[in-house]
Design a protein around this ligand. Structure first.
Ligand SMILES: NC(=O)c1ccc[n+]([C@@H]2O[C@H](COP(=O)([O-])OP(=O)(O)OC[C@H]3O[C@@H](n4cnc5c(N)ncnc54)[C@H](OP(=O)(O)O)[C@@H]3O)[C@@H](O)[C@H]2O)c1
Length: 256
């Protein structure tokens, strides 16, 4: 990890901020991007040698500017973590075109722009590591009101795996990873489109520090597909292996 240049999008709070501080403690040089400059500055205070770039990362030019600034400062990027993301609290029956657009912008386009911005550099070096932060909801739609968020993370997972396939033979030293957390104790719930419950109040929420540790382990030992808790993979396998998915889904929504 020492001296690795690690770009982290969505680094002004939550998982991205925790990851920035964690990798900085391990000797990496984090490059922090998000919209709120003041919040980025606060995070950077705890990250030695951090570079910050403020901008809306649903805009392609702003994501390209992050890659440019990182390369201008460090001459290389070792790892790029697409961590920007936003939830939604609205069921399928009520989704608007605008809701869909916002979910695609925050959870798919931002990551796609990140992948495309850093790939030419990774290809020229013949190495690099791209990590897309997804969600267990990108595999199993456990929560009805997360509807288009869940769908957007499914979309992201498909793009991530497709990129891995694209590079597998031509660039075997460029790693592409999906990291899927479950509920994490951050402002995610409150920041969701149309509001919602505070993720920090949910039972068994994982800490952002714990998720950061798993992402750092993925950087140290690249793997294609990672869950931030072992049991999540088991749950995904149970869902897709079920002979009656509907029965499982009814269990989730049963009043307790
Ligand atoms: N928390 C959970 O329960 C949970 C569970 C599974 C997966 N995840 C995923 O984990 C990732 C991080 O989530 P989190 O829990 O840390 O959420 P969070 O606390 O709400 O933080 C989101 C981060 O993304 C940034 N961001 C949002 N929209 C942006 C935009 N348009 N341009 C630039 N930056 C933007 C925010 O910064 P600014 O506001 O400063 O722009 C913030 O730094 C997301 O991809 C999320 O889907 C979270």
């Amino acid at each position: 990890m020492k001296d690795q240049v690690i770009v982290i999008t969505g680094a002004s709070e939550g998982i991205g901020a925790a990851l920035a501080k964690h990798v900085s403690r391990l000797g990496a040089l984090p490059v922090l991007a998000a919209r709120r400059e003041a919040a980025l500055n606060q995070v950077a205070k705890e990250c030695l040698g951090a570079l910050i770039i403020a901008g809306d990362l649903t805009v392609r030019a702003n994501v390209e500017a992050v890659a440019k600034a990182a390369l201008a400062q460090h001459r290389r990027i070792d790892v790029w973590v697409n961590n920007v993301g936003r939830g939604i609290s609205r069921p399928v029956s009520e989704l608007t075109d605008e809701d869909l657009q916002q979910m695609l912008d925050a959870n798919v386009k931002s990551a796609l722009y990140g992948m495309q911005a850093v790939l030419p550099h990774f290809k020229s070096r013949g190495q690099g590591h791209l990590i897309n932060v997804s969600s267990v909801l990108g595999r199993v739609p456990y929560v009805a009101v997360r509807s288009a968020y869940s769908a957007s993370k499914h979309f992201l997972n498909a793009l991530t795996a497709s990129l891995r396939l694209e590079l597998a033979l031509s660039h075997p030293h460029i790693h592409v990873s999906t990291v899927s957390p479950g509920v994490v104790a951050t402002g995610f719930g409150l920041n969701a489109l149309h509001g919602g419950v505070d993720s920090r109040a949910l039972p068994r929420a994982q800490s952002a520090d714990d998720v950061a540790r798993v992402i750092a382990e993925t950087i140290a030992t690249p793997k294609a597909d990672v869950y931030t808790r072992r049991e999540y993979q088991q749950q995904v396998m149970e869902y897709f292996g079920a002979t009656d998915m509907g029965a499982l889904e009814r269990e989730w929504v049963k009043p307790r």
